[in-house]
Design a protein around this ligand. Structure first.
Ligand code: C2E
Ligand code: MG
Ligand code: MG
Ligand code: MG
Length: 285
């Protein structure tokens, strides 16, 4: 960048750029330490998934949290990209998988007759590693979670970039028997043709389409289209980010299968999520 600016070898000093770089390096070192250490800086919170027809809890999504000793809570929106650019997503991703699977077994997801699913977010960068299926298989073996109790969430970009390689990885994951979901569905550019080729079980309708159901200029067309798309492809649909009763009703009427959102529950620390599972009357639906 310095060269293209025509200023020779050295970049003009930009305090903002400098502090940004130093900050990222420092934060990367901190994240490495958090992963190695045993101070429990990294934790998972769990947000329930609700069956719209019955109001039952049918599972949880694990969402990573980083309690930095100096900066306090750092959002995954801020540190997942850092983990991706530093390669730390690999150990972090494995840790999330193992911790969520261990928790699922502790909650009895492995018991026959309890049809509960633990969903884990998997970064596109993790799909660049062809050994992702082996990692998943070894975590399942270590924790004893049956494969069909685990759902891996990925974004549409996994379908659209390195398509052939990622398709092979997804087919191996299906062979293991885990469920696959497309997160934030509708925000990317995946075509119908792609969607058909990939062994996807679930579409998660992005929160922006749920938001549009209510508000100043209500619009139900996109949410309805995704629900119908899921139905015609034999995929379950999950609405993300339900905050209002009216959104809950609208999606249930459309035939959407499942939902998550603050209306039901925020993501909770393991202890509180476990209490909710034992006493689901606390759920708004
Ligand atoms: P996501 O997988 O789409 O997760 C949903 C996000 O929406 C979560 O934010 C959740 O707390 C939030 N949310 C849930 N219900 C509502 C609602 O009713 N209203 C609003 N406004 N928000 C709601 P969070 O936990 O900050 O995570 C953000 C993103 O970070 C996730 O989006 C996911 O892409 C990523 N992420 C989180 N944990 C992990 C992880 O373990 N691994 C990877 N690779 N990514 C993760
Ligand atoms: Mg997700
Ligand atoms: Mg999402
Ligand atoms: Mg989303």
């Amino acid at each position: 960048r310095a060269k293209s600016a025509g200023s020779g070898l050295f970049a003009r000093y930009d305090p903002q750029m400098h502090s940004g770089l130093v900050e990222r390096l420092q934060l990367g070192a901190d994240l490495r330490r958090a992963l190695d250490g045993d101070a429990n800086e990294l934790q998972l919170h769990y947000q329930p998934t609700i069956e719209l027809r019955t109001g039952d809890i049918v599972g949880f999504e694990a969402l990573v949290r980083w309690r930095h000793p100096v900066r306090g809570m750092i959002s995954p929106v801020d540190f997942i990209p850092l983990a991706e650019s530093t390669g730390l997503i690999r150990p972090l991703g494995r840790w999330v998988l193992a911790e969520a699977s261990r928790q699922a077994v502790a909650w009895g997801f492995d018991q026959p007759g309890r049809a509960l699913t633990m969903a884990v977010n998997v970064s596109g960068v993790q799909f660049d590693q062809p050994d992702l299926p082996q990692i998943v298989a070894s975590v399942l073996a270590e924790t004893g979670l049956p494969p069909d109790r685990l759902c891996l969430e990925m974004t549409e970009s996994v379908l659209m970039t390195d398509t052939e390689e990622n398709l092979a990885v997804l087919l191996s994951l299906k062979d293991i028997g885990v469920k696959l979901a497309i997160d934030d569905f509708g925000t990317g550019y995946s075509s119908l043709a792609y969607l058909r080729r990939f062994p996807v079980d679930t579409l998660k309708i992005d929160r922006s389409f749920v938001e549009r159901l209510t508000g100043a200029a209500p619009d139900a067309a996109l949410a309805r289209t995704i629900v119908q798309l899921g139905q015609s492809l034999g995929m379950a649909t999950v609405a993300e980010g339900i905050e209002q009763y009216a959104q809950f009703l609208a999606l249930r009427r459309m035939g959407c299968d499942l939902a998550q959102g603050y209306y039901f529950s925020r993501p909770l620390p393991a202890g509180e999520a476990g209490r909710l599972l034992r006493d689901p009357a606390a759920i708004a639906a």
